[in-house]
Design a protein. Structure first.
Lengths: 301, 438
């Protein structure tokens, strides 16, 4: 009889705990982080353009779905101002996207993460920006990552992703670091030793798809600080013998701007399986290889 | 319910059987309760004897079934969509993170609970026949061992489904152990994976095994397990009471006559069972058993929910056969085997011991074989049925505990102390940072 009374009390205790947990889960569902950002945006629109315009602000989870690129980008849930005019000076996440780039890369056709990196599926800031230590596919190529690696201009890192489509452009508008990198490759005649895009010699490693190289491929034993591919490339361009003493690559005495440009360029040289329509028209491609070097292109994918 | 009750009275509605008959009838006429006995001993009800681990594992199985069926509506078992659909469950589906987390934690806890249930049954000699007629507890122990293995397989097949790096490489490690089996190793792995590598064939096989075949098997075995408990006269501890009753000689053991059974066989079968229904030993199942069952159900749900909220379900990068995660670990309940494989791969002179064969096939094979036949090797008397650490069984209990402790130590070493490149790290040491793209 005593045990039974005990059980009645216990069942009430556990029942109440379960009820509280259920309540908490409901509360958690109805008060996500992004709701605060949405009401913040609505308040900003009301302040600038009046309550009537604020009613046009969508509510609930928003996403840019691009089946061609296999992307679902929920960034637009908080970054609501991307396509709004008059929000160019607004604080982030409400600032509108630079218009010229957006005109040629509309949200509906490209999404966000294909250029900016980050985790498109995520609906909270920490996971979406993916700059922490956890397992994220691609971190947001923005300030945090660049500052951590002490690159010359952190916000320029996203140009790596421009060059995944634009790799055959001699010059890409807006991708200044990549353009500078390409210019350096020409000037310093990297193809005298390296093979790039099927052109060049094989004295040094083929760099055509070096961006796909897994992080474990590099030797970090002589690298100070964080072990990352970008850090390795930065150190390597500063002085190749610092990270690879046996390397025959000469030291070009590159400055911080040059090292960043070249490190970004080599990291952008990746294999892609993008639909053909996403690759810019061939007129932007460099002129065909000279006859004497054309023979060496055979046998490379 | 009589008219005129206030809402409050309706809310705090309670029921107490007025007679023994009413108590028994309330069990028998209820579909959900009819498989319970009408009377239950205090010893069987106590937490100290059984810790209610078997019940907890059944509740976890129910939780897993409910969450799993909902997840089946959301998950897409294709290599192109699997990872994305799990991400959607995690971020976009209402309560999806909780659903997935509860399913994942529930599975891990169930593996642990079933394992501890087996330890409990062994240490109490619960697989032994007592004094009552027609007992066959060894069979129920074997069903239990198969249930344990099925639980491991259920969890293992579910491990692959998120199709992230963690899943992919854990299944790689797990299925590669099968390769070490002599003669049939390669074929076994091929059969399991539907090919030579983990791809769409393996995913759909694991999915069907996980969602249909293994749960059905567990459900059937569970029903058999429960039915045998009733046939064997309840938990083994009941036999102790019957034994003492016999020794006291007063009152004499009552017997039951199942004459109905005899009609078909045209003769009366007298079955003498130990019938422990004295008030000092037993109580009505309704409400004593039902109430305690409710407590265990609620407690299991509370613990599983708290763990779900407290422990984030990991989802790593999408599966990538070209990049091995480091360290690549099997699911934690197989890590004692992986650890054993690593520790038994030793080179003596020019001769290398095949660790995968020793640690992955021979040792677990011997252990599973011993588990299955042990009830027939245990020659202790009926006095050690249903008693914790019976003096008669001290030798086998110690050997059993040493094996269990060894498994636990290997599991802990494999789970918490093996870092990148399978190097040994103390818990206070930080693992070497693995290189990342940025």
């Amino acid at each position: 009889m005593e045990a039974r009374n005990h059980d009645t009390g216990l069942s009430y205790v556990f029942g109440v705990v379960l009820l509280l947990l259920t309540g908490w889960i409901y509360w958690d569902y109805y008060s996500p982080e992004w709701k605060d950002y949405q009401s913040g945006f609505r308040a900003l629109i009301t302040e600038r353009f009046g309550a009537e315009r604020a009613q046009q602000v969508p509510a609930g989870l928003q996403q840019a779905w691009v089946p061609e690129l296999n992307r679902v980008d929920r960034c637009v849930t908080c970054h609501l101002g991307i396509e709004w005019e008059g929000m160019e000076d607004a604080p982030n996440p409400y600032r509108s996207h630079p218009r010229a780039i957006l005109a040629r890369h509309p949200l509906t056709g490209y999404g966000c993460t294909v250029c900016h990196g980050g985790q498109g599926y995520a609906t909270d800031v920490a996971s979406a920006h993916a700059t922490g230590e956890l397992h994220w596919e691609e971190p947001l190529l923005y300030r945090e990552v660049g500052q951590r690696l002490q690159v010359n201009e952190p916000t320029a890192l996203l140009q790596i992703n421009c060059n995944i489509c634009h790799r055959y452009d001699a010059y890409t508008e807006g991708a200044e670091y990549i353009n500078y990198g390409k210019q350096l490759v020409e000037q310093r005649r990297c193809t005298l030793c390296h093979k790039i895009n099927g052109r060049g010699a094989l004295i040094a490693p083929d760099l055509t798809y070096v961006g796909n190289q897994s992080p474990e491929h590099y030797d970090y034993s002589r690298l100070q600080g964080r072990h990352s591919v970008l850090a390795w490339h930065l150190a390597h361009f500063r002085n190749p013998k610092d990270v690879a003493p046996a390397s025959v690559m000469p030291n070009f005495n590159f400055g911080p701007r040059e090292t960043q440009a070249l490190a970004m360029l080599v990291m952008s040289w990746k294999r892609t399986n993008l639909p053909g329509s996403y690759i810019p028209p061939p007129k932007a491609a460099p002129p065909p290889p000279a006859p004497e070097s054309a023979q060496s292109t055979t046998g490379t994918p | 319910m009589p008219a005129g009750k206030t809402i409050w009275e309706k809310l705090i509605w309670t029921w107490k059987p007025a007679s023994e008959y009413e108590a028994g009838d309330s069990i028998v006429r209820n579909l959900l309760l009819h498989w319970f006995p009408s009377k239950v001993t205090f010893q069987s009800l106590s937490f100290r004897y059984s810790f209610w681990l078997g019940t907890a594992s059944a509740i976890l199985f129910a939780i897993l079934t409910v969450t799993g069926v909902v997840l089946m509506f959301l998950y897409v078992p294709s290599v192109e969509r699997a990872y994305a659909s799990v991400k959607d469950i995690e971020y976009a589906v209402a309560y999806g993170w909780f659903l997935r987390g509860l399913h994942r934690i529930g599975a891990h806890v169930m593996v642990a609970v079933v394992f501890f249930h087996m330890i409990r049954v062994f240490l109490t000699g619960g697989y032994k026949n007592g004094v009552a007629a027609n007992q066959n507890r060894p069979i129920n122990w074997i069903i239990g061992v198969v249930l344990l293995l099925s639980t491991l397989l259920l969890s293992f097949t579910g491990y692959l489904l998120p199709w992230d790096q963690l899943a992919y490489w854990a299944i790689t490690v797990g299925t590669n152990i099968a390769l070490a089996a002599p003669l049939v190793g390669e074929q076994t792995r091929f059969l399991l994976l539907g090919g030579n590598e983990i791809a769409q064939g393996a995913l759909i096989r694991f999915y069907v095994l996980h969602c249909f075949f293994l749960p059905t098997l567990v459900l059937l075995l569970f029903a058999w397990h429960m039915w045998r408990i009733r046939k064997d006269g309840g938990l083994a501890c009941v036999d102790q009471i019957a034994l003492h009753q016999k020794e006291e000689k007063a009152p004499p053991i009552k017997s039951k006559t199942y004459s109905l059974l005899g009609i078909a066989g045209t003769r009366t079968v007298h079955v003498e069972t130990a019938l422990v229904d004295e008030d000092r030993f037993a109580t009505n199942s309704s409400p004593s058993l039902t109430l305690r069952l409710l407590v265990v159900i609620l407690a299991t749900m509370v613990i599983a929910s708290l763990l779900t909220i407290g422990i984030e379900a990991p989802l790593e990068e999408p599966a990538n056969p070209a990049v091995t995660s480091n360290p690549a670990k099997a699911p934690w309940y197989f890590l004692w085997l992986q650890e054993l494989v690593a520790d038994t791969t030793v080179r003596i002179g020019g001769f290398t011991v095949n660790g995968a064969l020793v640690g992955g096939i021979i040792v677990p094979g011997i252990l599973a074989g011993l588990l299955l036949v042990w009830p027939y090797l245990d020659r202790s008397s009926a006095r050690s049925v249903g008693v914790w650490f019976a003096s008669e069984r001290w030798r086998q209990n110690i050997v059993f505990l040493i094996i269990i402790v060894a498994i636990l130590i290997l599991t802990i070493v494999g789970t918490f102390m093996r870092g990148p490149y399978w190097e040994l790290y103390w818990p206070w040491e930080t693992w070497v940072a693995l290189p990342r793209p940025f």
